[in-house]
Design a protein around this ligand. Structure first.
Ligand SMILES: C[S@@+](CC[C@H](N)C(=O)[O-])C[C@H]1O[C@@H](n2cnc3c(N)ncnc32)[C@H](O)[C@@H]1O
Length: 491
């Protein structure tokens, strides 16, 4: 694309990066304009790259964080150590934030980023700050009609705009107002509250999509090998957060070819496998659903569907068990008391059960439903056991053998999944037809992709349950739903 400053800013950033003492940048990679596929800037290989090649190195001293910015030395009381030790409510930009004035790793970095931004050319990170985004596609910035397109998806209830507004009002604006001489030291006009709040939103969203968790130590992961616990995402929003120039220019997918090693003095990007000329160098943001990817990063990809999730409320399962066994509230309450569970989970996560990427960053492309959560089965089992005791001649008499109990469990979950699907105002078929008819671009297209992904997951979970019911025999769970052969889905 021509006629804008995009290429010049990329070049200025690259020149600046290469000039940093201790930084390295492999000659066979380059920054690329990927806006035509909605991916901003990215890094691509210009020649074949061998596995384990060091792609670039960022000295820790060049990361933007409270330890490297001069801001904490100017307002030490705000960054006092003991106020940052408390990470309990250190959720993320849109998550719950304590009402106290103490700063956490999110708000500390937001303050640092605002300070460095307001310094303009005086900031040592100016060429880097110039290429960070000013607008976002995360639902935090969507209009009401756009948000409605998210329907009953997992992301709809966790957009977090109000929490972010509250955090900015209680932890960011008061600090800037109290230290206006520090934040506006260049003699510029102080910004209004609205301007500052919008700047804080911008920095918070940048951190959400770009910052790295610097407290992660993967010394034993120096060769990019899979760690004992599997792949760890680079940004989990806890610990010490920092903005890592160049590392955060890597886009990501569920199938990826590069990894950022957190070494003592530097962060080092290495190739996990051979990268062909023209291929994009891709990082890994963790096994997150497309809904979560949209919430944090503002994009979706077909491959991330493998980690999609749907929350199944316990109340839907309970309603189906009660309906099936003809139980009133009173008997159910007695069973609940009898079951005497420490915690009754009020929802369960339905997911495909897909594997993590292998040690070279590969995932296979099949989507296959692997089963219901064990915790859901355990909780239903505990209630059915209790029912046998509190209502032995009624519901209990229909729960005497294990197949009967399994049938009730499966049929209830099948019904609950149907009720969960009905919470979305449109069906999967309607969504797919709309996708084919309109192929909507932008935010509406992303919302459609998230809800189609969730509805396909529900449909496949239903197929799996029907198969299990079928195996139990024709009368199991008194389901009159036809059995449908489970199929493997291909991307
Ligand atoms: C860490 S940054 C990566 C660099 C970014 N492309 C840029 O131009 O600054 C993360 C952001 O890049 C974009 N991104 C990352 N991976 C992507 C992908 N596979 N497809 C589309 N956009 C992607 C999203 O906007 C995301 O919020």
């Amino acid at each position: 694309m021509t006629g804008d400053n995009f290429g010049n800013q990329s070049q200025a950033f690259l020149d600046w990066f290469k000039s940093l003492p201790g930084a390295t940048f492999h000659p066979d990679i380059m920054l690329e304009d990927l806006r035509d596929r909605g991916a901003g800037r990215g890094i691509v290989a210009t020649a074949e790259i061998a596995p384990d090649t060091v792609l670039f190195t960022i000295p820790r001293s060049r990361i933007i964080c409270p330890a490297t910015s001069e801001l904490p030395s100017k307002i030490p009381e705000v960054f006092a150590r003991d106020s940052q030790d408390d990470n309990d409510d250190d959720d993320d930009f849109s998550g719950p934030s304590s009402s106290s004035s103490s700063q956490d790793s999110w708000t500390s970095l937001i303050l640092v980023m605002i300070y460095e931004h307001l310094r303009g050319p005086a900031s040592p990170w100016k060429p880097y700050l110039d290429i960070l985004p000013t607008a976002f596609d995360t639902p935090m910035f969507w209009s009401a009609p756009e948000l409605r397109e998210l329907q009953a998806t997992s992301v709809a209830s966790v957009v977090g705009r109000a929490d972010a507004d509250r955090m900015i009002a209680t932890k960011i604006l008061p600090v800037i107002r109290a230290h206006a001489d520090v934040f506006f030291s260049g003699g510029q006009e102080p910004l209004s509250d609205d301007e500052l709040a919008s700047l804080a939103h911008r920095m918070g969203s940048t951190i959400m999509a770009y910052a790295f968790d610097l407290s992660r130590d993967d010394d034993d992961d120096e060769d990019g090998e899979q760690q004992q616990d599997g792949w760890v995402e680079d940004r989990d929003g806890r610990g010490v957060l920092g903005m890592v120039p160049m590392a955060d220019l890597l886009n990501a997918d569920a199938d990826f070819n590069a990894h950022i090693n957190h070494e003592e003095g530097a962060l080092v990007a290495t190739a996990l496998r051979r990268i062909a000329p023209g291929d994009e160098v891709l990082n890994y943001y963790g096994p997150v659903s497309n809904g979560e990817l949209l919430r944090r990063y503002g994009y979706v990809t077909p491959r991330y569907r493998r980690w999609d999730v749907v929350e199944l409320p316990w109340a839907l399962v309970v309603a189906r068990i009660k309906g099936q066994l003809g139980l009133g509230d009173e008997v159910w309450a007695k069973a609940e008391k009898k079951a005497d569970l420490d915690d009754v989970e009020d929802g369960f996560v339905i997911e495909w059960g897909s594997e993590d990427p292998d040690s070279m960053g590969h995932v296979d492309d099949t989507l296959e439903f692997h089963g219901l959560p064990d915790e859901l089965a355990e909780q239903v089992k505990a209630f059915l056991k209790a029912l046998r005791k509190v209502d032995p001649s009624g519901a209990g008499s229909r729960l005497s053998d294990s197949d009967a109990r399994l049938g009730v469990f499966l049929a209830s979950v099948l019904g609950a999944l149907e009720d969960r699907a009905a919470q979305y105002p449109t069906t999967l078929e309607e969504d797919m037809a709309r996708g084919e008819r309109e192929n909507p671009a932008g935010r509406v297209g992303k919302a459609l992709a998230v809800r189609v992904g969730e509805k396909v997951l529900i449909r496949e979970a239903q197929r799996w349950v029907r198969d299990k019911l079928q195996e139990l025999g024709p009368t199991a769970g008194q389901s009159d739903e036809p059995a449908v052969k489970r199929q493997k889905l291909r991307r």
